[in-house]
Design a binder for this molecule. Structure first.
Ligand code: CA
Length: 225
């Protein structure tokens, strides 16, 4: 791989040890890495050069990760992987709809970071058209179809799946899925989503697919590969 075509990963992390370990690992995985130790420089860095993905710490001097994410999203769709210290923070992050692509909780394994990075880079790879779903939804019959086989869905399952299909590759919070699934705004626990997702997964499994990923403590994502 030539240096010029290696994807460029910008690591925004103020702890030098973590930053350099991330940079080493990202480089070993075949990417170009650069490091910023403060948040306020990031929008200018993204504007000034090609950046293919950002690993973004939440607590940063200069500008915190939330504001960095917002500022970058105002001008760029570059994939952003947030590094957060606690899983409880992630719910809040998602509630803010900042447009981050994925979240990793500290302490993380470097291997996990690189595998998530690969996934966001793959999802953002220019393809011209949105990737095709490996199944189709029949809205009249509330059915999930793969090839010539299909499975009936309940109305709630159908709405949940339709919502996931609108934003493949992005994490959707339980609350957002609930809003989509219950149009009458019945009071239901957000854990209700989990049992419907379990049923949906069983139906997908019967068709040989497993496209719904759980993001621990946060929500769900439709993965296309
Ligand atoms: Ca930090």
């Amino acid at each position: 791989m030539e240096a010029a075509v290696k994807p460029h990963v910008l690591i925004v992390e103020d702890e030098p040890k973590i930053a350099s370990a991330l940079a080493d690992y990202v480089r070993a995985a075949g990417y170009r890495a650069s490091v910023a130790g403060r948040g306020d420089v990031v929008p200018a860095l993204v504007a000034a050069q090609r950046v293919d993905a950002i690993l973004l710490d939440l607590m940063l001097p200069g500008m915190d990760g939330l504001d960095v994410c917002r500022a970058v999203r105002a001008t760029s769709q570059v994939p952003i992987l947030m590094l957060t210290a606690r899983v409880e923070e992630v719910d809040r992050l998602l509630g803010l709809e900042l447009g981050a692509d994925d979240y990793i909780c500290k302490p993380f394994s470097l291997r996990e970071v690189v595998s998530r990075l690969r996934a966001v880079l793959r999802r953002s790879a220019p393809s011209g058209a949105a990737p095709a779903l490996p199944f189709s939804l029949d809205a009249d019959r509330h059915a999930l179809r793969v090839g010539s086989r299909d499975v009936a869905l309940t109305p709630v399952e159908f709405r949940l799946l339709a919502c996931l299909c609108e934003r493949p590759g992005r994490i959707l919070s339980r609350q957002r899925l609930l809003d989509a699934a219950y149009v009458d705004h019945r009071v239901v626990s957000d854990r209700t989503v989990d049992s419907h997702i379990r049923n949906l997964r069983r139906k997908f499994e019967a068709l040989g697919l497993a496209p719904i990923a759980s993001i621990y403590g946060v929500g769900f994502r439709l993965d296309l590969e």
